[in-house]
Design a protein around this ligand. Structure first.
Ligand SMILES: Cc1cc2nc3c(=O)[nH]c(=O)nc-3n(C[C@H](O)[C@H](O)[C@H](O)COP(=O)(O)OP(=O)(O)OC[C@H]3O[C@@H](n4cnc5c(N)ncnc54)[C@H](O)[C@@H]3O)c2cc1C
Length: 497
């Protein structure tokens, strides 16, 4: 039997492959796309709503996106970029609602205020300066700042309960933040694409090998139930395998994978569905990461909206793991060691002892310790209102570097072969929120000519009307885009249409 041929093969049914598949199907409906997922359902790893925080990352509340330089200046470039990228996601999602791919936006996105919260004179001063730097920018002009306890109590009554009037506290507040159920979004994207005959979805099928041949990538696929194997030939492969992207990239044997390693971190949340708490917390409140903690361990207390139900999440509590996926193998880390990444990985272990100690201490914590940690945020937290739930795994990027041999990175990076025929996304943050801009970058690698063509440019501008416009320097366009996306996605305050 000859091998099946497709134009595009997407590995993994998380939000990244789902976004890329939808973009491609709209850009060129004639292209054949196959999506292969090893689990029996879509969005069961990091894109599952309870495996991530569902924050529509826009730089409003995440203090780690605005680090302080040695000279005391606050660097806002990363927050500006993430905010602009998130605006692209919002535009694309609004387009999907308008074309009928998504009937009810509230099933995946909801207006939830974004806040940063700090205590102590130094951090209050930091937040004041952060606010001044950001609010001067059109993208962040709506951000409010306050040190007044009465105002803070309006914004976050649960966090302010039992706080003394002498405590030095400050918060910023952006009313138009978003909570996103990336699992529901993934399903809706795939469902919409699956209406086309040019698209095939194979659940319970794992990609076990990828090899370059003259006629394209030969991708070996194994049926999880029967063990039957077959090979599909694809002109373009996107490895959207989340934490398992690195091992598959290594399997593809591409030069571009050399030197990359993965550092997996597991996580847990405290979750509450208690009505007396859920009804009194209407925002996502992000604090500061403890000393030695990785940036993604910033504690936050979030309102989530999942399947129409409101849930509170506190965490994440990080932990040590050797698995790259929740449903991965404990040998993932060891199996990813290669001659080319061993030195960078050892260098990272040597240079990040504080981080290792922090993770070990976090991993040792029991339920009561975690509720105690929550009390640092919410003084009157009661353990009986909360349960521990596992979060997804994040595999941080390790890269070789000349000065130290290797370094640990907390962002995401697209790795593509020089000819653009295979690409993947490594790393975890800012993640799903910026899936649209990340997948547009993948498309620029894979289809450089088509992306410049008049036909694709027309569709791209229908999907993302302000594509190519620097919204941070074009306040009028920014205002128009935001009015539109907020109306279509129903992110306006109640009563405003
Ligand atoms: C604790 C935590 C909190 C987070 N919070 C946020 C947040 O607040 N906001 C935000 O925007 N992002 C957040 N993220 C990041 C976000 O969840 C991820 O960036 C995003 O879900 C990644 O999507 P993905 O499609 O790349 O991977 P995944 O959703 O992990 O999907 C990968 C899929 O590939 C499949 N797969 C793997 N190997 C194979 C194979 N060999 N064959 C077939 N299928 C395979 C897996 O089974 C899985 O279904 C968070 C992540 C974590 C872990």
């Amino acid at each position: 039997m000859s091998n099946k041929k497709v134009d595009v093969l997407l590995v993994g049914a998380g939000v990244m492959s789902a976004t890329l598949g939808r973009l491609l199907a709209l850009l060129d409906p004639s292209r054949t796309i196959m999506l292969v997922e090893q689990l029996s359902k879509t969005a069961q790893e990091s894109s599952h709503p309870l495996h991530n925080a569902g924050t529509g990352h826009a730089g409003y509340c995440e203090l780690n996106y605005t680090p302080q330089k040695k000279n005391g200046e606050i660097e806002i470039a990363r927050a500006l970029k993430i905010n602009a990228d998130f605006e692209q996601s919002l535009q694309f999602w609004a387009h999907l609602v308008e074309r009928g791919d998504i009937a009810d936006p509230a099933r995946f996105i909801n207006r939830v205020a974004h806040q940063s919260f700090v205590a102590g004179a130094d951090d209050v001063d930091f937040l004041r300066r952060r606010h001044a730097a950001l609010a001067a920018h059109p993208l962040f002009a709506e951000m409010e700042y306050s040190t007044r306890h009465a105002r803070l109590s309006d914004w976050m009554p649960l966090v302010m309960a039992q706080r003394g009037s002498h405590e030095k506290l400050a918060a910023t507040y952006v009313a138009h933040g978003a909570d996103v159920d990336f699992g529901a979004l993934t399903r809706k994207l795939i469902h919409a694409t699956a209406k086309s005959d040019a698209f095939e979805l194979h659940l319970s099928h794992a990609v076990t090998g990828i090899k370059r041949h003259a006629d394209g990538w030969h991708v070996r696929i194994e049926d999880a139930h029967t063990g039957a194997r077959r090979t599909v030939v694809a002109r373009f492969v996107f490895i959207g395998a989340g934490g398992a992207a690195l091992p598959l990239l290594q399997k593809a044997g591409v030069e571009e994978a050399r030197g990359y390693g993965g550092f997996p971190v597991s996580g847990h949340w405290l979750v509450s569905r208690a009505p007396h708490l859920v009804q009194r917390h209407a925002s996502k409140v992000y604090g500061k990461a403890p000393v030695g903690a990785p940036p993604m361990s910033v504690p936050h207390l979030d309102l989530r909206v999942i399947g129409g139900d409101k849930v509170l999440l506190y965490g994440p509590f990080a932990g040590i793991t050797t698995k790259f996926l929740k449903q991965g193998s404990r040998f993932d880390l060891v199996a990813s060691l290669r001659g080319g990444n061993l030195a960078p990985m050892l260098a990272v272990a040597r240079d990040n002892l504080d981080l290792m100690r922090y993770l070990a201490a976090q991993a040792m914590q029991g339920f009561d310790d975690r509720v105690d940690a929550l009390r640092g945020f919410m003084r009157d937290a009661d353990g009986k209102d909360w349960q521990l739930a596992p979060a997804g795994k994040r595999v941080q990027i390790i890269k070789s570097c000349a000065e130290r041999g290797g370094r640990l990175e907390f962002g995401t990076e697209i790795v593509a072969t020089r000819d653009g025929s295979l690409a993947t996304l490594l790393g975890a943050s800012p993640g799903a929120s910026t899936a649209v801009s990340a997948m547009l970058e993948v498309l620029r690698h894979a289809f450089p000519q088509e992306m410049k063509s008049a036909a694709w440019q027309r569709v791209l501008h229908e999907m993302i009307p302000a594509l190519g416009v620097k919204l941070d320097t074009h306040p009028r366009e920014l205002d128009a885009v935001r009015r539109h996306t907020r109306r279509v996605l129903r992110l306006e305050p109640a009563g405003q249409k």
